[in-house]
Design a protein around this ligand. Structure first.
Ligand code: PBG
Length: 338
């Protein structure tokens, strides 16, 4: 119904402040409600023992060794957070990122720990190469054409291997983040070929290049050693139609969940994707830089972290995200309980 077909009322008979007088009434009339079950919590795992190393640019976020991961996932599960998103930092990096598809890779070991310590916890894995390659790019580097770039199709094959390896080690869902063309189709085919038809894919469909991933690259030790990611991630000023096209391609290739990333500077894209593809669950990644900015300002007493973080994640959900990946997942779960 459009607002022309009925009266929205007029002052002084209608007073909009009336609905805002009582805290219960404000709650009764809310359209957006956060709950811990809609959040995914990113975790960074590395080798060693007793390692709980804070990321300097991301206070409250740590690189964890497997024994620390075990404690962490018990806590996350108890808080009722929707699940975890696992990132691995291998002991050794090489040109193809072989650790990422090895049975004994850091993510595979992590999954076995998670499934033992918190069997009910939903475990998603980031499927990409930048943390595993010595050059820090999201795929295999090819110089055969005279230009240095990530070879899309050679990367697809390895993405399939990585996804199958993660799923066999216990991943409940895989989340390819490298923005390779055809990545969802290649992974679906590889999973199905390995009788892993039940494992869903959450595709980082519209992932934009830019400055917001800076702190993450410290956390995941994944800074590109040359160049940048602009030949595969989207341009922030691209026509929004390109984000829709990326998303449509991923859905056609079998994506079960699609994603927009980063969230905050791209809420128009979140809203547009949500309206264009109703019925396709949409995730939005509240990325590292969005977290660090708030942390830095809060540390100076300039803003109230709890209020601002709650507002940010509420905004992301209001824009249309059904899942929010956020470093505040544990905090929010606690705040929502209190
Ligand atoms: C790539 C990947 C990145 C993030 C998640 N997966 C970084 C990148 O593209 O360089 C960023 C997440 C964040 O900033 O919090 N594997």
């Amino acid at each position: 119904m459009s607002s022309e077909s009925y009266s929205l009322g007029a002052f002084p008979t209608t007073r909009l402040r009336r609905l805002r007088q009582h805290p219960r009434l404000r709650e009764l009339t809310r359209g957006t409600r956060l709950h811990a079950g809609q959040l995914l919590y990113p975790l960074f795992v590395r080798g060693g023992k007793g390692v709980r190393q804070e990321i300097s640019s991301m206070p409250g976020v740590f690189q964890l060794s497997l024994d620390e991961l075990e404690k962490e996932v018990r806590e996350v599960a108890e808080l009722g957070v929707g699940g975890i998103l696992l990132f691995g930092i291998p002991d050794e990096k090489d040109p193809t990122g072989a650790d990422s598809f090895s049975d004994d890779g850091i993510v595979q070991q992590s999954l076995r720990v998670v499934k033992r310590a918190a069997p009910q916890l939903y475990a998603v894995t980031d499927v990409c190469f930048c943390e595993y390659t010595d050059h820090g790019h999201c795929g295999v580097i090819d110089q055969s054409t005279g230009r240095t770039d990530v070879n899309n199709d050679a990367t697809l094959e390895l993405l399939g291997k990585q996804a199958v390896s993660h799923a066999r080690a216990g991943a409940d869902m895989v989340a390819p983040s490298g923005m390779m063309d055809g990545m969802v189709g290649a992974i679906r085919k590889a999973l199905d070929g390995a009788s892993l038809t039940h494992v869903p894919i959450m595709a980082y469909s519209a992932k934009f290049a830019g400055g917001f991933y800076g702190p993450f690259r410290e956390a995941a030790e994944s800074t590109p050693q040359f160049g940048d990611r602009r030949s595969y991630q989207m341009d922030c000023a691209a026509d929004p139609g390109q984000a829709l096209r990326e998303t449509a391609f991923d859905i056609a290739e079998g994506a079960d969940v699609v994603m927009v990333k980063p969230a905050l500077a791209y809420l128009d894209i979140v809203a547009e994707v949500s309206r264009t593809f109703p019925g396709v669950p949409l995730a939005a990644y509240n990325v590292s830089g969005e977290y660090s900015m708030v942390k830095a300002a809060a540390a100076r007493g300039w803003i109230d972290e709890r209020a601002v973080a709650t507002e940010i994640v509420t905004g992301i959900v209001r824009a249309g995200a059904t899942i929010v990946i956020t470093y505040w997942a544990k905090d929010l779960a606690r705040w929502l309980k209190a």
